[in-house]
Structure formats: structure tokens, C-alpha cells
Design a protein around this ligand. Structure first.
Ligand SMILES: Nc1ncnc2c1ncn2[C@@H]1O[C@H](COP(=O)(O)OP(=O)(O)O)[C@@H](O)[C@H]1O
Ligand SMILES: [Mg+2]
Length: 236
């Protein structure tokens, strides 16, 4: 089995307070794994730890079997991890196209799968806005731009932190369709979400996090029929 990304026994602290307890996660090549959990469960902290923004105090992070634990964020990015944080950081005074160009780099194998042309095919809405200042886009459009900019770095794995958060239902549907398209493109995705319905639509498997610990792991099909787990750990 080829895991693209693997996290083993990861503990993370903010100062003296422990936030994550022995997190284990594996994301196979081409999979879309959802990290589901309520607000405050530890999803963003897990992503920050993988991306090197909040380095773990214990445990290991492997990217294609290479140990990248404790690496600086830019080195982790160069190992093929694309990180889309929850606060959608676009460069507001720059055009959509410039925002995309800023993210451009070849992949770990030196190949460029995601060119501007490919991005505009997959994100037609961005194509029609390519000259617009990013700061003038709607929340949903900024979310798409942030995802697109990260893809311009040709990552092997993309970490999407709550892409549906704060968006209107119709935009959430668009983002879900986009993620399904990325999956068909072969992008490996780790997705943090509170919204189980969103995950059911796009993910292949799920890990539920609660109070900094993984409490459930299974296929989306299994989760759909497990009312007890849904009641206990998710706001459904
Ligand atoms: N910078 C920080 N300093 C201290 N505690 C934090 C910080 N960021 C988050 N926390 C705490 O860590 C826990 C997990 O937060 P977070 O990972 O953001 O959860 P989620 O993304 O699942 O909502 C919460 O209890 C939160 O209050
Ligand atoms: Mg979060």
C-alpha cells in the first residue's frame, strides 16, 4: 500500500497545554480523507502540525516514507504538501492571475501538471475574473482562488482546512463539486470538516477527531449508517 502522507503518534502543544494526543493518520495516493470533528476538536492544529506551522512535540510525519517531522514550512511545501489554511489568504491588492502565478512551482518530480491554462479549465469562474483584484472576490471565490493557487505549486497532497466554512449552501455545493473534480484529476486530499454531509459527498474515507484524539476511522459508507458515532461526535 502506498501512503502518500502518514502521521504517527503525534502530540502537539500550545505552550503548556496539550491539544493533540497520539494522532495517527494515513492518506493513500489518490484518496480523499476527511478529518471530521466539531469546532475546537483539533483539526486545524493537526494541519498546522503537518505543515510545520505548529511542530509536534512527539510523533512523526512522513511524506512518501521520508521523515519530515520538525521541518520548516517551506521545506515541507517543497516535499509536496500544499496547505490551504482556514483563513483563505489571498493577496487582496493583486489580480487573480497574479495570485495564481505567485503560487507556481514545479512538483517534487520536476513536472508541471497545473499550468494557468489547466487551472482555468478546472476553475472557469477564475478564468472570467483573471484581471480582478483578489480582495474584491466573494468568500467562495477567494476559497477557490486559494485552492487554485496551492495547486499551482503542483503538490502531491493538498491539505484543505474547512473549505466550506462560512459559505452559502450553493457555494458549498460548488466547492464540493470542485473537490470531486480534483479527486478525478488524481489529487490526494486531506480535508478538515465539521460538515458531515459535505464529507459524504466528496471523501473516500473518514477519521473523526474529538478533544485532540482520533476516535473513529472508517469508510464514508460505514459512517453513513453509524448513527451512534454521528450523534456522539458530530453536530448532525
Ligand atoms: N494558538 C493557540 N493557542 C492556544 N490554544 C489554541 C490555539 N489555537 C487553537 N487552540 C485550542 O486548541 C484546540 C483545537 O483547536 P483547533 O485545532 O483550531 O480546532 P478545530 O480546527 O477542530 O476547530 C481548541 O481548544 C483551541 O481553543
Ligand atoms: Mg479549524
Amino acid at each position: 500500500m502506498s501512503d502518500e502522507l502518514r502521521v504517527q503518534g503525534m502530540d502537539v502543544y500550545y505552550g503548556a497545554s496539550q491539544i493533540l494526543f497520539g494522532i495517527d493518520l494515513a492518506v493513500e495516493r489518490g484518496a480523499t480523507v476527511a478529518l471530521l470533528g466539531r469546532n475546537g476538536a483539533g483539526k486545524s492544529t493537526t494541519f498546522k502540525a503537518i505543515a510545520g506551522v505548529a511542530p509536534p512535540r512527539a510523533g512523526r510525519v512522513f511524506m512518501r516514507e521520508q521523515d519530515i517531522t520538525g521541518f520548516a514550512p517551506y521545506r515541507i511545501a517543497r516535499r509536496g504538501i500544499g496547505y490551504v489554511p482556514e483563513d483563505r489568504q489571498v493577496f487582496p491588492e493583486h489580480s487573480v492571475e497574479d495570485n495564481l502565478r505567485i503560487g507556481a512551482k514545479p512538483g517534487t518530480d520536476g513536472a508541471v501538471h497545473w499550468t494557468l491554462e489547466r487551472i482555468f479549465e478546472v476553475f472557469p469562474i477564475l478564468s472570467s475574473m483573471r484581471g480582478r483584484m483578489a480582495g474584491r472576490l466573494s468568500g467562495g471565490e477567494q476559497q477557490m482562488l486559494t485552492i487554485a493557487r496551492t495547486l499551482m505549486g503542483n503538490p502531491d497532497v493538498i491539505l484543505l482546512d474547512e473549505p466550506s466554512e462560512g459559505l452559502a449552501p450553493i457555494i458549498v455545493q460548488q466547492i464540493a463539486r470542485l473537490i470531486a473534480t480534483l479527486r478525478k484529476e488524481g489529487v490526494t486530499i486531506l480535508l478538515a470538516e465539521q460538515n458531515m454531509h459535505f464529507c459524504i459527498a466528496v471523501a473516500t474515507s473518514v477519521a473523526i477527531i474529538d478533544k485532540g484524539q482520533i476516535v473513529y476511522r472508517g469508510s464514508i459508507e460505514e459512517l453513513k449508517h453509524n448513527d451512534d458515532i454521528k450523534r456522539r461526535y458530530l453536530a448532525v
